[in-house]
Design a protein around this ligand. Structure first.
Ligand code: NAD
Length: 258
């Protein structure tokens, strides 16, 4: 199928490099005819995002560190006028310390930072950008099964993802009257920059793959395809949901890698 997003304009936050889930969804959306604007977190990541953006057509770039409210405000100003059909929020952060120490040691400072970046940013972005979104639009975020089950070392990020998933439901309720849908993809493990910060990521990745009914790695293309479905008019009756795209891992869980 082609042209599923023809004529649609989107914003994707969270591209760091070509392994990023955000990039997988961007590439799939562009292949289906969407025009996509990208953000980069800071000047260190900018050149990599610029390089990727140059492989697409008509892809403006904006700086957006979600901890900076001025960046979010200026996103809304920059994108105003053209209309916006979809937003992909594919970003998260928790301090290394909070991922390496036992969960019980989580500091208030680390807790607030992880929740602000990984969860509150979806609320702030939605509030800022919903006024310029077209009715019937779609908002998508990324989560992980560590929100519902204990995954060793996922710790604080699991709590942030639980709050993110609840936020998806409440935002879906607020925006439902405009036909704007809010959903999350709960992705299987992928080898990305963010994942490398999680202790034992390689072991978890291997165990996750071995434990899936499909017994294999999830690909970026598959996440891109699921993203296209949720951003497109194929899913206009789907909102407030967490969709597992993980080769079936959520059906079997995870034995402790110990
Ligand atoms: P990634 O490192 O490629 O992307 C993470 C992005 O978060 C980066 O682009 C980074 O710049 C951005 N970010 C962090 N702090 C930010 C801030 N203050 N302001 C703006 N951007 C900020 O890794 P990824 O795995 O593609 O992560 C994307 C999303 O997918 C995250 O929400 C992650 O939790 C989720 N996820 C990842 C996996 C996995 O195994 N990789 C599994 C399920 C869910």
């Amino acid at each position: 199928m082609t042209g599923l997003l023809q004529g649609k304009r989107g914003l994707v936050l969270g591209v760091a490099n070509h392994h990023s889930i955000a990039w997988g969804i961007t590439a799939a959306a562009a292949a289906q005819g969407a025009r996509v604007a990208l953000t980069y977190q800071n000047d260190v990541l900018k050149p990599r995002v610029e390089k990727l953006a140059s492989t697409l057509t008509d892809t403006p770039l904006y700086e957006c560190d979600v901890q900076n409210p001025a960046h979010i405000d200026s996103l809304a100003k920059n994108l105003k006028g053209d209309g916006l059909d979809f937003i992909v929020h594919s970003l998260a952060f928790a301090s290394r310390q909070s991922l390496e120490s036992p969960f019980i040691e989580t500091s208030e400072e680390d807790f607030v930072q992880a929740m602000t970046i990984s969860c509150y940013s979806l609320i702030a972005l939605t509030r800022a950008l919903a006024p310029i979104m077209n009715d019937g639009g779609s908002i998508l975020t990324l989560t992980y099964i560590g929100s519902r089950r204990v995954i060793p070392s996922y710790n604080l990020m699991g709590v942030a993802k639980a709050a993110l998933e609840a936020s998806v439901r409440y935002l879906a309720h607020d925006l439902g009257p405009r036909g704007i849908r809010v959903n999350a993809i709960s992705a299987g493990t992928m080898r990305t920059l963010a994942a490398s910060a999680i202790g034992g990521a390689r072991t978890t990745h291997k165990i996750s793959n071995d434990a899936t009914p499909l017994s294999r790695e999830l690909t970026l293309d598959e996440l891109g395809g699921a993203g296209v479905y949720l951003l497109s008019d194929l899913s206009t009756a789907v909102t407030g949901e967490v969709h597992s795209v993980d080769c079936g891992f959520h059906t079997v869980g995870l034995a402790h890698p110990g």
